[in-house]
Write a protein that binds this ligand. Structure first.
Ligand SMILES: [Zn+2]
Length: 306
């Protein structure tokens, strides 16, 4: 039995994992109060969630084989070096958790963890060349070529969310302007839609889907929200088509909160934009574009894959 932790920019998920089975899971949304001392909040919440999960499921925490953590941003040797959307730098999370647990622990970039779960067990398992994009608070990414995860030497690399798609555009959490994730992350969509509707931006992804899909767009046909959505999808198409031109993937897997839009009209709207003429350099057949099989659980499952 292992513990997989998905530390997101806006939530923490902790799961008791047996292979690809999530035996039990706990979720916590990070609120504005939690952000006052974000490092302590993360350590305290993770500790309480692990202890709670083990107690509720009759598992001795000392018998947990591995505690794996999927973290946003750049990670190195158990340290979160820089995670803009979480607002931390040089955060030695493993050392802090070691004060509470004696188990083996690993910490890696969340998009790479999620991509590993999809490559080993999920949507990408029958493909050698694939691009994984995690659309959540930011945009993370990972690329497989000939079955291998591409890993640069110096930093984490594959900061696909920080390729500039609009020179001089919106300010990104990384300090640059016009980054892909400033336009096409779920957070960017949420910010725009809640601004347009004059709502509190502190809403869950689930509620955002409800707002967009049920009430405002497809029932009330709120044109301003439709424009926000069109903008989001157009930048998403540009980013994905850039990646198609660079890596020639057989498949592009879209994970994070966006995977929950799979059965909704938005997903088809995106496919139509990507499959339109003149969106990529090569005019042949476009790669398959699918939602992540494990949805938001991919990070938790992938965190436990060494
Ligand atoms: Zn950026």
């Amino acid at each position: 039995m292992k513990i997989g932790i998905d530390l997101g920019g806006s939530h923490i998920g902790v799961g008791l994992i047996d292979g690809t089975n999530i035996i039990a899971i706990k979720d916590k949304i990070l609120t504005r109060e939690d952000r006052v001392d974000i490092k302590s909040s993360i350590v305290n919440e993770i500790t309480a969630m692990i202890n709670g999960l083990c107690a509720e499921n009759g598992v001795d925490v000392n018998n947990i084989e591995l505690i794996g953590i999927a973290s946003p941003g750049t990670t190195s040797n158990g340290v979160i070096v820089k995670a803009g959307n979480l607002g931390v730098k040089d955060f030695d999370l493993i050392s802090s958790l070691k004060k509470n647990f004696n188990n083996q622990m690993i910490l890696r970039n969340d998009a790479k963890c999620a991509a590993m779960a999809e490559k080993v067990y999920g949507a990408m398992k029958d493909y050698k060349d694939g691009v994984f994009l995690c659309l959540g608070t930011g945009i993370g990414g990972a690329v497989f070529m000939d079955g291998k995860l591409l890993e640069p030497k110096r930093y984490s690399g594959f900061e696909l969310g920080h390729m500039v798609v609009n020179k001089g555009g919106r300010l990104c959490s990384c300090g640059k302007r016009g980054c892909f994730e400033s336009y096409s992350s779920i957070k960017a969509l949420k910010t725009k839609v809640t601004e347009t509707l004059d709502m509190d931006s502190d809403i869950s992804g689930e509620y955002l889907r409800e707002v967009i899909l049920k009430r405002e767009i497809f029932e009330a046909h709120n044109e301003a929200v439709i424009e926000d959505l069109e903008n989001f999808l157009e930048y998403l198409q540009v980013g994905i088509c850039n990646l198609i031109d660079i890596f020639e993937p057989e498949i592009v897997v879209l994970g994070g909160s966006f995977s929950y839009y799979e059965k909704n009209p938005i997903f088809q709207m995106l496919l139509d934009k990507i499959n339109a003429p003149k969106t990529t350099f090569n005019e042949g057949e476009k790669p398959k574009i699918v939602a992540a099989q494990f949805k938001n659980d991919a990070g938790i499952i992938g965190a436990t894959l060494i």
